[in-house]
Design a binder for this molecule. Structure first.
Ligand SMILES: [Zn+2]
Length: 100
């Protein structure tokens, strides 16, 4: 299966893997989303991410409507946005305890 970024769903090859704080590459996120162990744009919401991704997909000849519906389906399943029903950015660490 193709490795995709768990933030923007971009298909990744080794050259675009993001980096951890240690400088090691991670196959979880791409370098555009994740660098030195942190998200490059930590305040981006999932909806904003869709807006960022759509032009890249239409640029490859995909109709905008189709790109949008694919992203709306794919992004919520990715690690960065999982457990995020309001489509609001929340760091994953928030979910390590009880939510009252
Ligand atoms: Zn990415």
């Amino acid at each position: 299966m193709e490795q995709i970024c768990q933030s923007c769903s971009m298909p990744m090859s080794l050259e675009v893997f993001g980096t951890e704080q240690t400088g090691e590459k991670t196959n979880e996120y791409c370098k555009y989303c994740y660098e030195n162990g942190t998200f490059t744009q930590p305040d981006t919401t999932m909806e904003e991410m869709i807006e960022i991704c759509v032009p890249h997909m239409t640029g490859e000849g995909m109709p905008e409507q189709q790109a949008r519906s694919i992203l709306k389906e794919v992004l919520p399943a990715l690690s960065r946005w999982k457990g995020d029903p309001l489509f609001v950015k929340l760091p994953t660490q928030v979910f390590n305890g009880d939510i009252e």
